[in-house]
Write a protein that binds this ligand. Structure first.
Ligand SMILES: [Zn+2]
Length: 199
């Protein structure tokens, strides 16, 4: 099948169901193969909106962002994707993302070997940040109201939280999220959880 025919087929599928993860991923890949990186980006973003733990979609979105000159975003996507791939044991995407990060002149995140039972309890000095695996300093209080705020307080270190605050602004701008819209708020939370490795 020609590239164009493949693209058309996937386009039909995503028109029917924009949340069809496989079709979006297929469309994005076909567009990227055809040198249409600009158009491929939104496909991978959609895949990640449906399935935030998709490591290969991180790899390809990072590739698109790198190709289109959005190095900052590429580094964020790939750093995150690298952690997710590590956690899931997806070795190929991990390798590819490591190579891309190096090409971008960015640091490859250090991934701690999983310690058994270290899930981030506060109080007796054995806090472990769920994102970086470091032991603090911790936040002084929950950064926002609700259950999610409590989870962040209990298991994310201050440095990682500050990193997210900076990144969250970029997410809002990049996805053009209208924050008064509850659906946008949901998507924002999803990105935050993904960034902070909250399941
Ligand atoms: Zn941390």
């Amino acid at each position: 099948m020609s590239d164009t025919a493949k693209i058309e087929q996937f386009q039909k599928a995503v028109e029917q169901d924009p949340n069809d993860e496989l079709a979006q991923f297929g469309l994005g890949s076909a567009l990227l193969d055809a040198g249409r990186a600009e158009e491929a980006g939104p496909c991978f973003q959609r895949v990640l909106a449906v399935n935030s733990q998709h490591s290969k979609a991180h790899q390809l979105l990072g590739t698109v962002q790198k190709l289109t000159g959005h190095d900052d975003l590429a580094i964020q996507t790939l750093t995150n994707g690298y952690r997710i791939a590590h956690r899931k044991g997806d070795l190929m995407p991990m390798k590819e993302m490591e190579a891309l990060l190096k090409e971008l002149g960015a640091e490859v995140p250090t991934v701690a070997e999983k310690k058994s039972g270290a899930s981030g309890a506060v109080g007796d000095g054995d806090f472990t940040c769920r994102r970086c695996g470091g032991d603090g300093p911790v936040l002084q209080k929950a950064p926002f109201k609700g259950d999610l705020g409590e989870v962040v307080l209990a298991s994310v270190c201050n440095a990682c939280w500050q990193e997210w605050v900076g990144m969250g602004t970029k997410v809002i701008n990049e996805l053009r999220l209208p924050m008064y819209d509850p659906q946008a708020q949901e998507l924002y939370d999803k990105h935050m959880k993904e960034f902070l490795l909250i399941d």
